[in-house]
Design a protein around this ligand. Structure first.
Ligand code: CDP
Ligand code: CDP
Length: 210
C-alpha cells in the first residue's frame, strides 16, 4: 500500500527510531529530514560560514545525497547550526522540494518537525511523538555514551540545550514545531522504543486493514 506517514516531535523524542522501524515493518522507504538541515549546517561550517548569521540557501540547493550519509552530523555545533539554518525561509523552501519528491511514488515514513503540518499536510497518518525534556536528554545521552552511562551535570546541560532548541524550533515563524490537528499524540515517557513501535503499528493496522 502507498502510505505517507509523518512522524514529528521535539528533539530526541524517538522520532527517527520509530520512523525507521515503522518503515522496515511496512516495507516503505524512510527519510530523516533532520539530516537535511544538519547537512546544510555542516557544509556551511566547512565553507567558513556561520549558520546563525549567513544565508544557507545556496548550500541547501547544492546539497548532495552523500552529504546526508556522514556520521559526524550529530555533534552539538551541528545541533545548533541545524536549528539556525532551519529558521531561514529560503533554506526551508529548497529542502521542501526534496522532501516532497522523496515520497512521491512509493509512499514513505518521514520524520522531522513540520512533516504533518507543512511538508505532507495530507499524509495518510501523522504521529506526534514526545516525552519530557529530562527523559529525552537521558535518551540522547545514553545514545551517545552507552545505555548505562549517567552523569548528572552533563545531563542537566543537555536538558537545557534540548529545551533551548525546542523553544527555537517552536517559536520560529516559518514551519514551527507544532502538533498537526489530526496527528496522533504518542507520549513516550514510560515506553521503550519497542512499545512505541507496537503502539504505532496497531494504529496503522486499525486505520489501514490489509
Ligand atoms: O529522532 P529523535 O531525535 O527524535 O530520536 P532518536 O534518535 O530516534 O532516539 C533517541 C534515543 O532514544 C535512541 O537511542 C533510541 O533508541 C531511544 N529511545 C527511543 O527511540 N524511543 C523510546 N521510547 C525510548 C528510547
Ligand atoms: O535528532 P533531533 O531530534 O535532535 O534533531 P533533528 O531531527 O536531526 O533536527 C535537527 C534540527 O533541524 C531541528 O532542531 C530543527 O531545527 C531542524 N528541523 C526542522 O526544522 N524541520 C524538520 N523537518 C527537521 C529538522
Amino acid at each position: 500500500m502507498r502510505l505517507i506517514i509523518a512522524v514529528d516531535g521535539p528533539a530526541a523524542a524517538g522520532k527517527g527510531t520509530l520512523a525507521k522501524s515503522l518503515a522496515a515493518s511496512l516495507r516503505l522507504p524512510h527519510l530523516d529530514t533532520g539530516l537535511l538541515y544538519r547537512a546544510v549546517a555542516r557544509q556551511m561550517i566547512l565553507a567558513g560560514l556561520d549558520p546563525s548569521v549567513d544565508d544557507g540557501e545556496r548550500t541547501a540547493q547544492a546539497l548532495q545525497p552523500a552529504d546526508l550519509l556522514r556520521d559526524d552530523l550529530r555533534v552539538p555545533d551541528i545541533d545548533r547550526g541545524a536549528s539556525s539554518v532551519a529558521t531561514q525561509p529560503p533554506v526551508r523552501a529548497a529542502l521542501l522540494k526534496r522532501q516532497r519528491e522523496f515520497a512521491t511514488e512509493s509512499g514513505a515514513v518521514i520524520d522531522g518537525r513540520d512533516i504533518g503540518t507543512v511538508v505532507f499536510p495530507d499524509a495518510d497518518l501523522k504521529f506526534f511523538v514526545t516525552a519530557s525534556a529530562g527523559v529525552r536528554a537521558l535518551r540522547r545521552y545514553q545514545q551517545l555514551h552507552g545505555a548505562s552511562a549517567r552523569d548528572e551535570a552533563a545531563l542537566s546541560a543537555l536538558t537545557a540545550e534540548i529545551e533551548a532548541r525546542d523553544r527555537k524550533d517552536a517559536e520560529r515563524p516559518v514551519s514551527p514545531l507544532r502538533q498537526a490537528d489530526d496527528a496522533v499524540l504518542v507520549e513516550t515517557d514510560s515506553m521503550d522504543a519497542g512499545a512505541v513501535l507496537a503502539h504505532a503499528l496497531a494504529i496503522v493496522r486499525e486505520r489501514f486493514p490489509l
